[in-house]
Design a protein around this ligand. Sequence first.
Ligand SMILES: Nc1ncnc2c1ncn2[C@@H]1O[C@H](COP(=O)(O)OP(=O)(O)O)[C@@H](O)[C@H]1O
Ligand SMILES: [Mg+2]
Length: 256
Amino acid sequence: MNNPSTVLEVSGLAAGYGDIGVISDIHLAARQGAVTAVFGANGAGKTTLLSTIAGLVSARAGSIQLDGKDITKAPAHARSAAGLALVQEGKRVLHKRTVDENLQLGGYRLRRSDRRSAINGAYERFPILMDKRDAKAGSLSGGQQQMLAIAQALMSGPRVLLLDEPSAGLAPIIVAELLRSIERLKAEGMAIVLVEQLVGQAMSVADHVIALQQGGVVIDAPASEVDNAQLHAAYLGKQDSSTIPAERTRKDLSKR
Ligand SMILES: Nc1ncnc2c1ncn2[C@@H]1O[C@H](COP(=O)(O)OP(=O)(O)O)[C@@H](O)[C@H]1O
Ligand SMILES: [Mg+2]
């Protein structure tokens, strides 16, 4: 793509498990200082998409470019070294390790002094983690674990951050804090791909919207041009239409 701010470019991507194809012909871009929101009902293929971008699932067709370099076949660790970070669904932090140890692990590639300053940066970004630095990660609240998972992903100094349902299971006040963190990352120039079930909340930070239905893209538009009827329709079809109640989608979207 010609847009100079494009950091991640996914074209015609297909992936699946065993002999089952799950996603196909996916086009998606992540730009500097912008959020690309990915919506879709349960089972639509959102996690498969992020896993394929991160290299945890292999691509069967299409390409993935990071800063203009083709990483379609690169192993996950090489993508991470090249500036891609994934925060997986369900707060994957090491429960038996302390907060500080989890952050150290996130920065394992850094020199010791750089690692320490990155950890200090994480504590500055999420002060609650500083307070809990010697606590076992498993003792943190859900929201704190999510902050830790994000802070850990940021340790490697990524250019693109992939977030898979970061708000899942969190109280509204924590979700608001999470959204502020996302706003700040945007302001710092991070390119973000945000998979969310909370459509209204995600729309409040989104610049571009992708909606998946049964593994294919059904909406691909600037956030300002997506109307809620269209977005709502993306949750209907054969899949679980109860994921996003119509009333909430309308109400949340009308707040913008
Ligand atoms: N590891 C896996 N092995 C086999 N099938 C999977 C695996 N992960 C997901 N799937 C299937 O792929 C489809 C998409 O799942 P997923 O990408 O997790 O969707 P979403 O994140 O949108 O809920 C579903 O039908 C799911 O059952
Ligand atoms: Mg998922």
